[in-house]
Ligand binder design. Structure first.
Ligand code: ADP
Ligand code: MG
Length: 350
């Protein structure tokens, strides 16, 4: 497997749109890195720079295994690509699609056939070699696209929102299969998505992008539990947010007070915390630091989500694993552990 390095890679398009500020990114051999962010933040542009479908602005460099490939076009980089819209040849069979690149490389027919069978097994499509593309489901098409990308044994696998067009259940199955396959192959892979669940499930590391910049690079745990900015905290998962006045080491607000260790330059501040870090305590018990009333409850099967009005602008969302049978309007007391509280000063963690 090969390492990838982007050095001061920016991209300004001919129309003057700066899709990417100069970024630095180092990807280890065999690593799966997910580029995550809202639509338009520069994920596809970054992927296309790595692929050799776009070239960086002057001064930018792309290295594969330490070698400068900045000026090489896609066919000289040894990359395989999978797109959201499959990009398969519709009038060819599954086998013909997969073998397309092998034929160009003049691999003998018998060898090609064996390779097709091997790849079909790898993506769980055994026996479908002669099926026409238009007779496949979306999930099957994406498996063919993956097999085709892997057929030429690329050094790097690039995937741009490959599961976005599929329905939720199928997305989950393919995500799990893809996860296993990437680990098994040990190939360096870069996966673009706007779906944070997908990013967490697939990435060894996740690169969170915001308006053409890298907002944070870290393990899924890092970006979930130690978000580097307000933006990352908000974008990944559900985040509660309570605003109040800072006084005597506490943030005070209508529904209670929370420990506030940081020194705030302003009299008002905001704390953030995850729903699963809020504990429901029996009313009146010491240790509760917020009080409110139940607005609504959502039974999610494995857990219950409570929406609680604490008299602030925004309700607090609580997730509890316990069987909960709360009625709307019922009073409730909550505790958030101090270690779960996040505070951001001017966009940076404090
Ligand atoms: P993402 O994949 O995260 O949705 P893109 O990398 O596709 O974002 O696009 C980033 C920004 O660059 C967007 O504002 C987009 O409109 C712009 N952009 C992308 N490709 C081009 C292009 N070929 N010409 C001009 N602007 C582009
Ligand atoms: Mg995109």
């Amino acid at each position: 497997a090969v390492s990838i390095q982007l050095i001061q890679c920016g991209k300004t398009f001919a129309n003057g749109a700066q899709a990417l500020q100069p970024i630095e990114l180092a990807i280890q051999p065999g690593e799966t890195v997910v580029l995550l962010g809202p639509s338009g933040c520069g994920k596809t542009t970054t992927l296309r720079l790595i692929a050799g479908l776009e070239f960086p602005d002057a001064g930018g460099q792309v290295l594969f295994g330490g070698e400068d490939v900045t000026a090489l076009p896609i066919e000289k980089r040894g990359v395989g690509m999978v797109f959201q819209n499959y990009a398969l040849f519709p009038n060819m069979t599954v086998g013909e699609n997969i073998a397309y690149g092998l034929k160009i490389r003049k691999m003998p027919a018998a060898q090609r056939q064996a390779k097709i069978e091997m790849l079909l097994e790898m993506v769980h499509l055994q026996g479908l070699s002669h099926r026409r593309i238009d007779q496949l489901s979306g999930g099957q098409k994406q498996r063919v696209a993956l097999a085709r990308a892997l057929a030429v044994e690329p050094k790097v696998l690039l995937l741009d929102e490959p599961l976005t067009a599929l329905d939720a259940k199928l997305r989950e199955t393919l995500r799990a299969d893809l996860n296993q396959l990437l680990r098994k192959l040990g190939i360096t892979a870069i996966y673009v998505t706007h779906d944070q669940g997908e990013a967490m499930a697939l990435g060894d590391r996740v690169v969170v992008m915001e308006r053409g910049r890298i907002a944070q690079i870290g393990s899924p745990q890092d970006i979930y539990y130690r978000p580097a900015s307000h933006f990352v905290a908000d974008f990944i998962g559900t985040m509660n947010r309570v605003t109040g006045r800072v006084h005597d080491g506490y943030l005070r607000f209508a529904g209670g007070m929370l420990p506030f260790a940081a020194t705030s330059p302003a009299p008002a501040a905001t704390l953030m915390f995850r729903p699963e870090d809020v504990e429901v305590v029996a009313d009146g018990v010491a240790g509760a630091n917020m009080q409110g009333a139940v607005l609504s409850t959502f039974f999610l099967g494995d857990r219950t989500r409570l929406v609680i009005d604490i008299g602030a602008e925004q309700p607090v969302i609580v997730e509890t694993g316990r069987r909960a049978s709360w009625r709307a309007g019922e009073p409730i007391a909550l505790r958030v552990a101090e270690h779960a509280l996040l505070h951001f000063n001017h966009g940076a963690a404090a």
